[in-house]
Unconditional design. Structure first.
Length: 103
């Protein structure tokens, strides 16, 4: 019954991208990079003065995210890739709206 409610006292809650039990170092690095670049692009896309950073981070995050989605091995990797790709796209679009790729 305690399994339904969550982990017991002896079990710890672990967040991992490797849900299949195998290591995926390259895929994990690509996934975290996509997520980080998407966050940078989205935040800097909201600030008018940082439009160039938003455009380049968004473009890079979008391209890395597509490659990461292609080679991903687990569902959590794919889910975070989509979040990063969407953040990169929206950040790049806002950066282009605010002035484009050049400062």
């Amino acid at each position: 019954m305690s399994r339904i409610l969550g982990p017991t006292r002896n079990e710890s809650l672990r967040l991992t991208l490797n849900t299949d039990g195998r290591r995926h170092p390259i895929e994990n690095v690509l996934t975290v990079s996509t997520l980080a670049l998407g966050l940078v692009a989205l935040v800097t896309g909201l600030i008018v003065e940082t439009h160039a950073i938003a455009c380049w981070a968004g473009l890079l995050g979008f391209l890395i995210g597509l490659e990461s989605q292609y080679v991903s091995a687990t569902t959590p990797e794919r889910a975070l890739n989509i979040v990063g790709i969407v953040g990169s796209f929206v950040g790049a679009a806002l950066g282009i709206y605010h002035g484009g790729f050049l400062p």
